[in-house]
Design a protein. Structure first.
Length: 94
């Protein structure tokens, strides 16, 4: 989810928690993270879901891509993929 304010984001999270309750499931907050734009004034307040703090992060992986506050981090993604390719290639060395 994306929001332009901390208050709106918390409202969205509360809506998700309520939906989950109505449909008899829970979000695993331990597998959730809130990426916060630390340059945005007022965006560093914590978020809660179902009474638990949502951990903060400055980047995350989504469908294998590294994502930061301004979108896909192409350089970090390329470096990670290159490292994985080199590691795999070294498995086939004599």
């Amino acid at each position: 989810m994306i929001s332009d304010s901390s208050r709106k984001m918390q409202d969205l999270l509360n809506c998700c928690v309520e939906y989950a309750r109505e449909h008899h499931f829970r979000f695993n907050v331990n597998k959730c993270e809130a990426m916060v734009d630390f340059d945005h004034r007022g965006a560093t307040s914590g978020y809660r879901m179902d009474g638990m703090d949502v951990p903060k992060c400055q980047q995350f992986k989504y469908l294998g891509f590294d994502v930061g506050p301004y979108g896909i981090m192409w350089k970090a993604h390329a470096e990670r993929m290159t490292s994985k390719a080199i590691t795999t290639a070294n498995l086939f060395r004599d």
